[in-house]
Design a protein around this ligand. Structure first.
Ligand code: GLC
Length: 412
């Protein structure tokens, strides 16, 4: 009997381990793709340049996705180490990446002539990558959508009929399609809070996708928060958090003269968020032909090379703020193993790990796999503190690692 219970527990454990959970300090790929990629200015081009609907929407003619291969996009995500993708099903301009019955303003009716979301969903399944959807509440195409309570709105044009009831029905019809026809959707990223409280949207999403997690920018309280382009204060997150940032400093969508983030910036920002306990969505914007700019592809690969070496420092760990006095050092821990993260960059070739005062069996620089020397010593800078001997790790080739976040593993 005892043995049976034991086997049962073991099997249950295995099943639980096999189950995919979104919030395990994961990296995801954010994809902003739509007709804004044609002019290559910014995904909010119409609002930021104050274009009329007709003028902006001429861009549709250039959206051909001629060289788009969904498997390449998913492979690029995997090259970064991402294990889920969040795609802009619809951005503020109202253009839909999927074949929808609700409007002709969609990819299948554009020169692309295909349901691009369907292709992405199939490639995700083939390559074992999970899929999530971004959906903009502002919609600059749908004639009923204008919402004066919210932001990112473009004033109605002649012939529009602002009518929130009709727009809500439109959103629901679209969400029904999106969450019924593309297999498993692990998360829903509503964008721009509509400032209209209506729990039925998230209820509908959960009914169609029972496992779905929903962000905090929607029609009622969601499951997780979504800080973008910055690091929230503190050393550890207290609620589910998925931070996002882009390889492009200016735009989320494809931008021809983009200022690309350095790999140092990207790895440090990912390291900081993951070590604080959050997920991280790293964004790219494909071009109108469906290919990724070379600069983006390169950055995904470089982030991936760094992440492959440091990833173990985020797996099954807890964040343990305060166990090292250095405010530049973020610490995660798994049992007797401690990981030191330096997402603000290293200012010197060694670190004072006060008040830690035990010598680890080994100290390993994960970036290179090389062993680091360490000692218990009285650090001269601590002479007023009476700390006694503290742990000192040194000999870090900090200058060689200036372009990536440094992670050190201590095995006790
Ligand atoms: C902002 C922007 C939007 C972008 C999003 C990504 O809300 O309005 O363009 O898609 O951030 O998080």
């Amino acid at each position: 009997m005892k043995r049976l219970v034991l086997i049962g527990a073991l099997v249950a454990g295995l099943v639980a381990r096999a189950e995919w959970r979104m919030f395990e300090r994961r990296l995801g790929l954010f994809v902003h793709w739509g007709i804004y990629s044609v002019n290559g200015y910014h995904e909010q081009e119409r609002m930021r340049r104050q274009l009329s609907r007709a003028d902006y929407e001429t861009a549709v003619a250039g959206f051909d996705a001629a060289n788009f291969r969904a498997d390449d996009l998913v492979a690029a995500a995997r090259s970064a180490g991402a294990d889920y993708i969040v795609v802009t099903a619809k951005h503020h301009d109202g253009f839909c990446l999927w074949e929808t019955a609700t409007t002709d303003f969609n990819a299948a009716k554009s020169p692309a002539g295909r349901d691009l979301l369907k292709e992405i969903a199939a490639a995700c399944r083939r390559q074992g990558v999970k899929l999530g959807l971004y959906y903009s509440n502002p919609d600059w195409h749908q004639p009923n959508a204008y919402n004066d309570k919210s932001t990112h709105q473009v004033p109605p044009e002649a012939g529009d009929e602002p009518d929130s009831m009709r727009y809500l029905a439109y959103v629901k019809a679209q969400i029904k399609e999106l969450l019924s026809n593309y297999g498993e959707i692990v998360c829903l990223f509503w964008d721009i809070p509509p400032k209209i409280e209506d729990a039925s949207f998230n209820e509908l999403a959960r009914q169609l996708q029972p496992g779905i997690l929903i962000d905090d920018r929607g029609w009622s309280k969601g499951d997780y928060s979504t800080p973008e382009r910055g690091i929230p204060p503190g050393a550890a997150f207290t609620n589910l958090t998925e931070a996002c940032d882009s390889v492009g400093a200016q735009s989320w969508g494809y931008r021809s003269n983009e200022d690309y983030r350095t790999v140092g910036y990207l790895t440090r920002s990912i390291d900081r968020i993951l070590s604080m306990g959050g997920n991280y969505l790293l964004n790219v914007g494909p071009k109108a032909d469906g290919t990724l700019p070379e600069e983006s592809r390169l950055r995904l690969a470089k982030v991936g090379a760094w992440y492959a070496k440091t990833r173990e420092s985020y797996r099954g760990v807890e964040t343990v703020p305060g166990i090292v006095a250095d405010e530049n050092c973020f610490v995660t821990r798994r049992g007797e193993t401690i990981f030191l993260h330096y997402p603000k960059g290293l200012e010197a070739t060694g670190g004072n790990l006060r008040p830690l005062n035990r010598l680890p069996q080994t100290a390993t620089l994960l970036n290179t796999g090389v062993r680091l020397p360490c000692e218990l010593t009285d650090m001269p800078s601590d002479y007023k503190l009476n700390t006694g001997k503290v742990l000192h790790v040194f000999g870090i080739p900090a200058d060689d690692l200036a372009n990536e976040s440094v992670v050190i593993r201590l095995d006790f």
